[in-house]
Design a binder for this molecule. Structure first.
Ligand SMILES: [Zn+2]
Length: 200
């Protein structure tokens, strides 16, 4: 299970303070609610593209001795299952959907240079998610008067701040800003397959 690393600095600052496992060690297991701090359990690596970074970051993992499941601490500037940082995705969506730039020019305004098809994929997912975002973000900010859910969701994200909104969505209500991949919906956990849940 992925939970949020409560850290909003730069990629470099994140890398520097990652050495100390006690820094953000979860005080209890979020999966089985066993009491007692989790055991440090190494790292996994993932790629990250940010405005001034393109490379590999480490993500710290902890193990719950009671249920033997791992918890990884994802930094706040990334969205689960997406390579580009939240900042890069936000810049692109604003340029394309709020300012009406073409796909190519929106891709150019969200550095570093990237194929516009990647942005097209984010736009598709954001459109599908916009109405749910508006409803959920209403807990944080006034719904903005807007033409449609896409414009309203963008205005609400801009007024809340993308990272603060993501923190609330992900840590508070297990909602993915661009929607969980199929198979992890609705809350980002791998559903245990049970025959009772399967339609006959
Ligand atoms: Zn546990």
């Amino acid at each position: 299970m992925q939970i949020l690393h409560p850290f909003a600095g730069s990629v470099q600052q994140y890398n520097e303070q990652l050495a100390d496992p006690d820094c953000y060690r979860p005080a209890h297991c979020p999966q089985c609610q066993a009491k007692g701090p989790l055991t440090a359990h190494g790292f996994y690596t993932r790629t990250l593209i940010d405005t001034a970074f393109d490379g590999i970051i480490r993500v710290r993992r902890y193990l719950c001795q009671a249920c033997q499941r791992t918890v990884s601490l994802l930094p706040e500037f990334v969205l689960p299952y997406l390579r580009s940082s939240l900042t890069v995705i936000g810049l692109f969506l604003i340029a394309r959907l709020l300012r009406g730039q073409t796909l190519q020019s929106a891709a150019a305004s969200a550095p570093p240079a990237m194929p516009y098809q990647r942005g097209q994929f984010w736009v598709r997912r954001f459109r599908a998610q916009a109405q749910a975002l508006c409803a959920t973000l209403a807990a944080l900010t006034q719904p903005a008067p807007a033409l449609d859910f896409v414009h309203r969701a963008l205005a609400m994200l801009e007024s809340t701040g993308w990272i603060a909104a993501h923190r609330f969505l992900f840590a508070g209500v297990r909602c993915h800003l661009l929607g969980w991949p199929r198979g992890l919906a609705p809350d980002g956990r791998r559903a245990a397959f049970s025959s009772a849940a399967a339609p006959a």
